[in-house]
Design a protein around this ligand. Structure first.
Ligand SMILES: *[C@@H]1O[C@H](CO)[C@@H](O)[C@H](O)[C@H]1NC(C)=O
Ligand SMILES: *[C@@H]1O[C@H](CO)[C@@H](O)[C@H](O)[C@H]1NC(C)=O
Length: 391
C-alpha cells in the first residue's frame, strides 16, 4: 500500500510536465501567430504603398503625355508658321523679281565664302578622297529673275573668283559677266554686267565655266565643243566628240543636245545617241585637250529627264514627278560603281516654277546653280560619304 502515493506523485509529475509542454507549445504558437499577423500587416501596407506609387506614376505619365502633346502641337504650329513665312518670302521675291532681299543674300554669300575657305583648307583631302554623294537639299534661295525661260548661270567652277556668268537663252552669242553675286542681285536686269561676245553662238543650256574658260556646245551640225578663253576672249580649242547621231540628252529640254558638267574631278559630257537613245551616256573629258578619257552607258533613262549634274564621279539625273512643282533625282550612276539608284537617298527639289533648264554644280561651294523658268536659284546640298551607305 505504500506504493500508491508514489504512483500518484509520479502521475502528478507526468501531468505537470505535460501541462508545461502544452504551455510552452501554446506560447510558441502565439508568437508565431503574432509574427504572421505582423507580416500580414506589413504585406498589406507594402501592397497599398505600391498601389499608391503606381497610381502616382500613372498620373505623372499622363501629365507628361499631355505636356508632350502640347509641345508637339506648338512645334507643329511653329513649323507651319516657318513654312508660311518661307513661302511668303519666296512669293515676295517672285513678286519683286529683280530685287530680292539683299540682306539675306549677303548672309548666304558670307556662308559661301566661309564654306569655300573651309573647303580650301581641306582641299587636299577632298581631292584625294572624293567620295561624297548628295543626301539632301538643305536650302533653296531664289536670287533673281532675269532673261528667258532657259539659260545657265554659274560661277567659275574651278577657281574661287566670285564672278557670275550668265548665258541667257539657248542660241545666243553673248556671256554676261558680273563681278560678284551682289552685283548680280542688285543689277536691274543685266545692266551691271560686262558683255563677252562669243565668236560662235552656243546651243542649248549645257555650258560650264571652269578655270577661266567657258566650255560650250556650238551651233553646228556635228555637236562641236568649244573652249573659250574668258580672259583674252578667244576660242583656244574645239573638238568634235567621237559619237554620231546625237539626240537631246534630256527629253524635257530638247534644246540641250549635250550637257557639260564640272565636278571635283574635272570636265564631263552628258549626252545620248541614236544607238542607245533610251538611255543617257556619260564621258569624262580632259579639260585641257578636250580629249575623251573614258565613256559609260548609264542605266538612266532620257525619258522625263530635265537636267543632270556630276558630283564626285557620280551622275545625278533629275526627273519631273507627277506631283506638281516637284522634281527629283531619280537616277544615279556612279562611274566607280559604289552606289546605285536603289541605294541613293531620295532627293526632292523643294519647288519649281517650270522645268529646270540647267543645274550646274559648283564643287567649290557644294551648291547647285539652277535656272528655272527664268529664275536663278541656288540649292544648298547636304553631302555624305558614299562609304556610309555600305556600312
Ligand atoms: C534672253 O533670252 C530670251 C530668249 O531666250 C530673250 O527673249 C530675251 O530678250 C533675252 N534677254 C536678254 C536681256 O538678252
Ligand atoms: C589667249 O590665251 C591662250 C592661253 O590661255 C593662248 O594660247 C592664246 O594664244 C591667247 N590668244 C590671244 C589672241 O592672245
Amino acid at each position: 500500500m505504500r506504493s500508491l502515493p508514489l504512483v500518484l506523485t509520479l502521475a502528478c509529475l507526468a501531468a505537470a510536465q505535460h501541462q508545461a509542454l502544452i504551455d510552452y507549445l501554446e506560447r510558441r504558437l502565439q508568437t508565431i501567430e503574432e509574427r504572421i499577423s505582423l507580416w500580414q500587416e506589413q504585406t498589406v501596407r507594402y501592397a497599398s504603398e505600391l498601389r499608391d506609387l503606381k497610381q502616382q506614376m500613372v498620373s505623372q505619365l499622363e501629365a507628361l503625355d499631355k505636356e508632350k502633346e502640347v509641345l508637339r502641337v506648338s512645334l507643329d504650329s511653329v513649323g507651319t508658321r516657318v513654312d508660311r513665312v518661307e513661302r511668303e518670302l519666296d512669293y515676295l521675291e517672285t513678286q519683286t523679281g529683280a530685287q530680292p532681299c539683299v540682306d539675306v543674300d549677303d548672309k548666304l554669300i558670307e556662308q559661301q565664302v566661309s564654306l569655300v575657305q573651309e573647303k580650301q583648307r581641306s582641299k587636299y583631302y577632298q581631292l584625294s578622297d572624293c567620295g561624297d554623294m548628295i543626301s539632301n537639299i538643305k536650302a533653296m534661295k531664289i536670287l533673281k529673275r532675269v532673261g528667258g525661260s532657259k539659260g545657265v548661270w554659274t560661277k567659275d567652277t574651278g577657281v574661287n573668283s566670285g564672278q557670275v556668268y550668265i548665258f541667257n537663252g539657248t542660241d545666243e552669242d553673248t556671256i554676261y559677266k558680273f563681278a560678284s553675286v551682289q552685283d548680280f542681285t542688285r543689277s536691274t536686269g543685266l545692266t551691271l554686267s560686262k558683255k563677252l561676245k562669243l565668236p560662235v553662238a552656243f546651243q542649248g543650256a549645257g555650258q560650264v565655266v571652269y578655270n577661266h574658260f567657258a566650255y560650250y556646245v556650238s551651233q553646228s551640225e556635228d555637236a562641236k565643243i568649244v573652249k573659250f578663253d574668258l580672259s583674252n576672249k578667244t576660242i583656244t580649242d574645239s573638238a568634235i566628240l567621237p559619237f554620231q547621231d546625237y539626240v537631246p540628252v534630256y527629253t524635257l529640254n530638247s534644246d540641250t543636245l549635250i550637257d557639260l558638267a564640272v565636278d571635283e574631278e574635272g570636265l564631263w559630257a552628258i549626252y545620248a545617241t541614236k544607238q542607245s537613245d533610251r538611255y543617257i551616256s556619260l564621258a569624262k573629258m580632259d579639260a585641257k585637250s578636250l580629249d575623251i578619257e573614258q565613256m559609260w552607258d548609264t542605266n538612266c533613262p532620257r525619258d522625263n529627264a530635265e537636267a543632270g549634274f556630276v558630283i564626285c564621279g557620280t551622275l545625278y539625273v533629275v526627273y519631273n514627278t507627277q506631283q506638281p512643282g516637284r522634281s527629283r533625282v531619280q537616277c544615279v550612276f556612279d562611274v566607280n560603281g559604289m552606289i546605285s539608284s536603289d541605294e541613293a537617298p531620295l532627293v526632292y527639289f523643294p519647288k519649281r516654277y517650270g522645268t529646270h533648264a540647267s543645274l550646274k554644280y559648283n564643287p567649290q561651294e557644294a551648291l547647285l546653280y539652277a535656272w528655272d523658268d527664268g529664275y536663278q536659284i541656288l540649292y544648298k546640298l547636304v553631302m555624305k560619304k558614299k562609304l556610309e551607305l555600305l556600312e
